[in-house]
Each structure stands twice: as structure tokens, then as C-alpha cells.
Write a protein that binds this ligand. Structure first.
Ligand SMILES: [Zn+2]
Length: 289
């Protein structure tokens, strides 16, 4: 939970890698760039944590020292709506991610819930609620108490994760974290995020369902995005790429209007560079108000 809007990259920025930086160096390098969030990418993980506890703890220590809020992006290999074995393996992957998140002090495990497949939409919602509840209870029994589960809004029509579905899971399951990927919503709606009002509608819908605090504390992903009307999300684009939306300035207006303090994770190929740009754009709008 952030005390003010925070910005940071999804994964270790390319430039840091080129410099030969170690994971433990990332928080202080982000601090130099005046960023204050980092989403660790555990996106290829299997059913056990794929980092050592000591490395996670070292990262966490450096993050606290440099005032960087940590989150963790869970494994892509999660589908809560497949065959029974797939669902059980998915839950174990989520638990592995949450374990590492707890070690490093990350406040949320963001994850993609899965694909509708042959299930109806009502059935996937029911199953999602059931699985997230179950994993959440398991985490508590393992003593993992600070990490929240955050199913993300998704960009493809085949994926569970419309705004309404995510709000409903968060309403029904205690201790979940609202995660809005704005680009995904833009892609899913065939370019629906154009005006400030389009962003405002989403925030208002979330506020009606989950209350003001949830909305102010939402976890966000942002990038520009390419989509097709048929399937939705196609690929992410950098912030300054012309011809693609959504525009961060419009969201920034709404952040100021609703006094939001989101953790804003930049998912463009220019991870940290674009995160700095977004922070500056918000700063300009804050000054104007
Ligand atoms: Zn994601």
C-alpha cells in the first residue's frame, strides 16, 4: 500500500542488465532515477520458488533501505479453469510465488487467472473465487500473511479478467488486491480508453463495488498497446509510440481527481525510462491542480 503514487518497472530494466547489475543493486539504481517501485518478474516460475530465500531477503532489505515498494508478478503458467491437475499445479505455482513475495516483503502477487476454455463466464467466475479463496487460506496456514493475491484485468477476449470479473473476485474474496492493467482494458474494449471520462468510469465502477480505499490503493500496469477487435491484446508499445493508446496523461488526471496513490508499474520495453516519464507527466498535472 503506497503513501503516494509510486512508479517503477516490470522486471529488471534492460540497461541495468547491460551494466551487469545484480538483483540486489536494482533498488538503489531505481532510487537514483527517482523511481520508488519494482515488480519482480517470477513469470517463468514452476511449483517451487525459483530464487533462494537469502536472495529474496537481500532484495527486500535493499528495497526498504531505498524506499522502493516491491510487488511480484506471478507465473504465466497459471490457469485456474483447466483440468483438475492443471488447477492444482496452478495453485502450487501461486503459493510458490507468494512464498518468495513474503521473503522479499512484496505486498502483492499479481497473476493472470486463466482462460475461459469451454466454461461459461459465470462458471469461471465461481471457480476463480473458489481457488483464490483456497490459496489465500493456504497462505495464512503457512504463515504468509502480508502478501495479497491480485488477479489482473486481462487484454484478450479468451482470458478471464474483464473489469467486472476482477472487481467481483475482489469483492467476494477478502484480502485480495485490486490490480488494473489499463492497457489490457484498452485492448479488451477495442480502444475504449480515449477520454478522461473513459478512465473516470472505470475508477467510479471500482469505487462503487470496492470502496474508496481500494480504489486509491490500486496496483496498476501501464503501457501503450496494440490490439485487434477479434482477439484483443496484440503487443505492448513504448509510451512515446504514436498511433497507439491509451494516453497516460488522461489516467493521471483521474489519479489526481480521486486522490489515488497507486503503485504504477511500467510494462513498456523502456521499463524504467518510461516509468520516469509517467512520473513526470503526473507531476505536471498535480502542479496544475
Ligand atoms: Zn500481467
Amino acid at each position: 500500500m503506497a503513501d503516494h503514487p509510486r512508479f517503477g518497472p516490470a522486471g529488471v530494466p534492460q540497461m541495468f542488465r547491460t551494466m551487469g547489475a545484480k538483483l540486489a543493486d536494482v533498488p538503489k539504481l531505481l532510487r537514483v532515477e527517482e523511481l520508488d517501485a519494482f515488480e519482480y518478474a517470477a513469470v517463468r516460475w514452476g511449483q517451487v520458488p525459483q530464487m533462494k530465500q537469502v536472495d529474496a531477503e537481500t532484495l527486500g532489505g535493499e528495497a526498504r533501505k531505498n524506499d522502493i515498494t516491491l510487488s511480484l508478478h506471478g507465473s504465466y503458467f497459471i490457469n485456474l479453469f483447466g483440468e483438475k491437475e492443471v488447477v492444482e499445479a496452478s495453485k502450487r505455482r501461486l503459493i510458490a510465488c507468494a512464498q518468495a513475495a513474503e521473503w522479499m516483503g512484496a505486498y502483492v502477487v499479481v497473476f493472470h487467472a486463466g482462460f475461459y476454455g469451454k466454461n461459461g463466464k459465470a462458471e469461471t467466475l465461481r471457480r476463480c473465487v473458489e481457488s483464490v479463496r483456497e490459496v489465500s487460506a493456504t497462505l495464512k496456514s503457512l504463515g504468509i500473511e502480508k502478501v495479497k493475491l491480485g488477479p489482473e484485468t486481462m487484454g484478450r477476449h479468451s482470458q478471464f479478467g474483464s473489469l467486472e470479473e476482477i472487481l467481483e473476485v475482489c469483492r467476494q474474496v477478502e484480502d485480495t488486491q485490486l490490480v488494473i492493467d489499463w492497457s489490457h482494458l484498452h485492448a479488451r474494449s477495442g480502444g475504449g480508453l480515449r477520454s478522461v471520462e473513459d478512465f473516470r468510469k472505470i475508477v467510479t465502477a471500482a469505487e462503487e463495488k470496492l470502496g474508496t480505499e481500494s480504489v486509491r490503493n490500486m496496483h496498476c500496469h501501464f503501457s501503450k498497446i496494440e490490439y485487434t477487435y477479434k482477439t484483443g491484446e496484440k503487443r505492448h508499445h513504448i509510451l512515446e509510440e504514436p498511433g497507439f493508446g491509451p494516453e497516460f496523461e488522461k489516467l493521471a488526471e483521474v489519479i489526481v481527481e480521486f486522490k489515488m496513490r497507486p503503485v504504477m508499474i511500467c510494462e513498456t520495453a523502456l521499463q524504467d525510462v518510461d516509468a520516469v516519464k509517467m512520473k513526470k507527466k503526473l507531476g505536471k498535472i498535480q502542479k496544475k491542480n
